[in-house]
Design a protein around this ligand. Structure first.
Ligand code: SF4
Length: 709
C-alpha cells in the first residue's frame, strides 16, 4: 500500500508491466488512484501480484509528466508549448514533404508492447495502409520476434499453445533462458507452489549461465556457456533417441520431417554437446532423461533463448524436443514462450511488426494484402509487399540518412536498443523526430523536434493480451493530465490532418477494437467473438474465441491438427553456432544483460520509487571471484566495462552465481540515470538472420577498476 487515504471504490484493471498480465484492482479516493492490489477474480493471477504495480499511484502525477504538445525547430533550443492543432499540422506537413521528396520508406514508426491493441492496430493501419510503407516496428522485436518465427516454422502459426493452468498438470518444468523469479514473478510463484505441493514427483530444471533466483528451486541447474542452447537441446534429443524415449506414434501421425532432425542431432552425442555447453555430460543426460520420463513437460523460455543470433534455431530445437516426445497439445505439456511486455501478444495479433499485417497476416502474401486492403477500403496497391525495416534496421537506416522521419511512441530506444552510439546517430541525423510519450525528459525525448503527450495506464481504455493468449479489458479510470491523449486518438487525429479522415473516424476505442477483431475471423488468432462489451461483462477470455457464445480456448491444437497446410507440425533442424562476438585477448569476458525483479525497462516509472530501488539503487556488474581477482576488482567498488562500441560504469558484485569468463549487468539504467555509460552502450546489434532480434545476451567486454569523482 502506498498511501493511507481511504478507498472510495475499487475498479478492475490490468497490470501495465510484464507479460504475465495480472489483473489488478485499482483503489480510488475522490477520483485519484491511491492503491493497487491484485484482482482475486482474474483467472491469470487469482489476486497475486509483485511489487511493481503496487507503486503505480505515485508515478502517475510526477513533475516530468508530459502534459502538452511541445515543439522546437532545432535541437539545442528550448521546447515551446503549442496546441494539438499546431503540433499535428506541423508534423503532417513535414511528413508530406518527406513523402514527396523521398518516398514512403523514408518514414519510420517505432511502437511498443505497452500499447493497447487498439493503439497497435490503428498505428499499423495508418502507416501500412495510408502512408504506404511497412516501416512500423516495435520494441517487441527485441523481446519475442524469435519465438514468433519459431512457432510459425514449427507449428504453422504464432502463439503459445499452452496456458497457466497447465502448471497444475505438469510434473516437469524445463525453464531455459528465463529468470522467471525476477522477470515473471507471479508465474514463478505458481511453479514454486506446485513444486512445494508435490516435491518428490515434480521436477524443475533451470538452464541458465547464471545461478539466478529462479535456479534456487531447481532440482537440476545447467549453467551452460552463453549461447550453447542449441547444442544442449540437440544433445538432449540425441540421448532420448538413443534411449527410445521419443514418441514414434505422435511423430508419425502428427508431424513431418522428423528424419531431418534425427539426422541432425546425430552430430550431438552427449560428450560433444556437453563440451559445447561447458557442463558435464552426466548433467545433460540427466536432464534429457528427466524430460523423457516425465508425464507432462512444460517448457518456459524468454530472452535467454530469443535475444540471440541463434534465436530462431534455439526456438526450433526446443519445439523439436516437444514434438519428438509428444509433449504438446495436452494438459500440462507444451512449449510456453513468455512475453516480456503486457501486450506484446496483442501486438503480434494486430500485425505490429514490419513484416506483418493484422490477424497474423504477412505483408508478402498477396491474398493477405488483398483481404486487409478490402477491410480498410483502399486499393491493394497501397499496401507494400516489401517487409519494412525491423527495429535495428530502422535506426540503422536513419543513421545512414535513408530514413528521414522517426516517430517513436511509448518507448525509449535511446536507452533500450543495443549499440546506443548508433541510435544516437540515427536520432541526431533524422530530419524529424516525433516522440509520443507520457514522460519528458527521457533518453529519447531529448532528441525530439516534437513532443506529443500520451495518456498512460490507467488513463485510457483498451484491450491487452497476456502470455497465455488471454484478453483483458482495461478501463479508463482517471482522466489524463493536461491535454494528453490515448495513443490511438493521436494517430487518428494525424490521419485527419493528412486527408484520411474518412477511414479514421472512431467514436471510441471499442469501435477501433471491433474493426480489428473482424480481421481475425478465420485466422489462427480468431477472436471475432470478443468485444469490449463482452470482456466488461464476462471478464477476460482466451483466444481462439470465434463466436459470441464461444467460451474461449485455454489450449491450442488439442485436436492434434496444426495450421500448417497439411495439419502436421514441422520439425526444423537446428545447428549450433557460437555467439557472434567471441571473447578474445582484448575483450576476454562475455557480458550478459537482463532485468531485475523490481525494475521495468528503462525505469521511467519504477526508477522513481525508492522502495523499488532498495535492492539495486545503481547499476551493478556481477563477476566471478576468479575474474575479479584477475582484474583487481573489489566487491562494492566501481568498475569500468568496455566493449568495441562503448563504455559503461557499474558497481562490482563479486559472486560465483556467474560462470568464470562471464559477467552480468542489468540494462535498466540509461544514460539519463547513469551518465557514465549504460549497459546498452556496450551491447552489440548482431542479430538473428530470420527474426532480426538482437543478441542482447552476449557481447565481449573487458573490465577495469575505476574511481568516480
Ligand atoms: Fe505485473 Fe508481471 Fe508483476 Fe503480474 S508479475 S504484477 S503482470 S509485473
Amino acid at each position: 500500500q502506498t498511501t493511507r487515504q481511504p478507498v472510495d471504490r475499487w475498479v478492475k484493471s490490468y497490470c501495465p508491466y510484464c507479460g504475465v498480465g495480472c489483473g489488478l484492482l485499482v483503489g480510488l479516493h475522490q477520483g485519484r488512484v491511491v492503491k493497487v492490489k491484485g484482482d482475486p477474480d482474474h483467472p491469470s493471477n487469482q489476486g497475486d501480484i509483485c511489487a511493481k504495480p503496487v507503486y503505480l499511484p505515485p508515478v502517475l502525477q510526477t513533475p516530468d509528466r508530459l502534459c502538452h504538445p511541445q515543439m522546437r525547430a532545432h535541437r539545442g533550443e528550448e521546447f515551446r508549448r503549442v496546441s494539438w492543432d499546431t503540433a499535428l499540422e506541423h508534423v503532417a506537413r513535414r511528413l508530406e514533404q518527406i513523402l514527396a521528396e523521398h518516398g514512403p520508406d523514408a518514414i519510420g514508426f517505432y511502437g511498443s508492447g505497452q500499447f493497447t491493441t487498439e493503439d497497435y492496430y490503428l498505428a499499423n493501419k495508418f502507416v501500412k495502409g495510408f502512408l504506404g510503407t511497412n516501416n512500423f516496428d516495435a520494441n517487441s522485436r527485441l523481446c519475442m520476434a524469435s519465438a514468433v518465427a519459431g512457432y510459425v516454422r514449427g507449428l504453422g502459426a504464432d502463439g503459445p499453445p499452452t496456458c497457466y493452468e497447465d502448471i497444475q498438470h505438469a510434473d516437469c518444468f524445463f525453464l531455459i533462458g528465463t529468470n522467471m523469479a525476477d522477470c515473471h514473478p507471479v508465474l514463478y510463484q505458481k511453479i514454486r507452489r506446485r513444486k512445494a505441493e508435490d516435491p518428490d514427483r515434480v521436477r524443475v530444471m533451470v538452464v541458465d549461465p547464471r545461478r539466478t533466483r529462479t535456479a534456487s528451486i531447481a532440482d537440476l541447474h545447467l549453467p551452460i556457456r552463453p549461447g550453447s542452447d542449441v547444442a544442449l537441446l540437440n544433445g538432449m534429443l540425441h540421448v532420448l533417441l538413443e534411449a527410445g524415449r521419443v514418441d514414434p506414434d505422435f511423430i508419425a501421425r502428427y508431424t513431418r520431417d522428423f528424419h531431418q532432425v534425427a539426422a541432425a542431432v546425430q552430430a550431438y552425442p552427449p560428450d560433444r554437446a556437453a563440451a559445447l555447453c561447458g557442463i558435464e555430460p552426466e548433467l545433460l543426460v540427466e536432464a534429457a532423461m528427466a524430460f523423457g520420463q516425465a508425464q507432462a513437460v512444460l517448457s518456459f523460455w524468454s530472452m535467454g533463448m530469443n535475444q540471440s543470433t541463434q534465436g530462431v534455431a534455439k526456438n526450433s530445437a526446443l519445439l523439436n524436443l516437444h514434438l519428438a516426445t509428444g509433449q504438446i497439445a495436452r494438459p500440462g505439456a507444451g512449449p510456453f514462450s513468455l512475453t516480456g511486455q503486457p501486450n506484446a501478444m496483442g501486438g503480434r495479433e494486430a500485425g505490429g511488426l514490419a513484416h506483418l499485417l493484422p490477424g497474423y497476416r504477412q505483408v508478402t502474401d498477396p491474398q493477405h494484402r488483398a483481404e486487409v486492403a478490402a477491410h480498410w477500403g483502399i486499393p491493394v496497391e497501397r499496401l507494400s509487399p516489401r517487409p519494412g525495416y525491423s527495429a535495428l534496421e530502422l535506426f540503422e537506416a536513419a543513421a545512414a540518412g535513408k530514413v528521414k522521419a522517426l516517430w517513436i511512441m511509448c518507448s525509449n530506444p535511446a536507452a533500450s536498443m543495443p549499440n546506443l552510439a548508433q541510435v544516437d546517430e540515427a536520432l541526431r541525423r533524422a530530419e524529424l523526430v516525433v516522440v509520443q510519450d507520457a514522460y519528458h525528459p527521457t533518453d529519447t525525448s531529448r532528441y525530439a523536434h516534437v513532443l506529443l503527450p500520451a495518456a498512460q495506464w490507467p488513463e485510457k481504455e483498451g484491450v491487452m493480451t497476456n502470455s497465455e493468449r488471454r484478453l483483458t479489458y482495461l478501463p479508463a479510470i482517471t482522466p489524463p493530465p493536461g491535454e494528453a491523449l490515448p495513443d490511438w486518438q493521436i494517430i487518428a487525429r494525424l490521419a485527419h490532418k493528412m486527408g484520411f479522415a474518412q477511414s479514421f473516424t472512431y467514436a471510441s476505442a471499442a469501435e477501433v477494437f471491433a474493426e480489428f477483431v473482424a480481421l481475425t475471423r478465420g485466422r489462427p488468432c480468431d477472436y471475432a467473438g470478443v468485444s469490449h462489451e463482452r470482456l466488461q461483462r464476462e471478464g477476460p477470455l482466451q483466444w481462439p474465441c470465434p463466436a459470441a457464445d464461444h467460451p474461449g480456448s485455454p489450449r491450442l491444437y488439442t485436436g492434434r491438427v496444426f495450421p500448417t497446410g497439411d495439419g502436421r507440425a514441422c520439425f526444423q533442424p537446428a545447428v549450433h553456432q557460437e555467439i557472434h562476438e567471441q571473447p578474445d585477448d582484448e575483450y576476454p569476458l562475455v557480458l550478459n544483460t537482463g532485468r531485475l525483479k523490481d525494475q521495468w525497462h528503462t525505469m521511467t516509472r519504477t526508477g522513481k520509487v525508492p522502495q523499488l530501488l532498495k535492492e539495486a539503487p545503481e547499476p551493478f556488474l556481477e563477476i566471478h571471484p576468479t575474474d575479479a581477482a584477475r582484474w583487481q576488482l573489489q566487491d562494492g567498488r566501481p568498475v569500468a566495462i568496455i566493449s568495441r562500441r562503448g563504455r559503461a560504469v557499474a558497481v562490482a558484485r563479486v559472486t560465483d552465481d556467474v560462470r568464470p569468463g562471464t559477467c552480468f549487468m542489468p540494462f535498466h539504467w540509461g544514460r539519463l540515470l547513469s551518465p557514465h555509460g549504460a549497459a546498452n552502450d556496450l551491447t552489440s546489434a548482431a542479430r538473428d538472420p530470420i527474426s532480426r532480434q538482437p543478441e542482447l545476451k552476449a557481447c565481449a567486454v573487458r573490465v577495469q577498476p575505476m574511481e568516480i569523482e
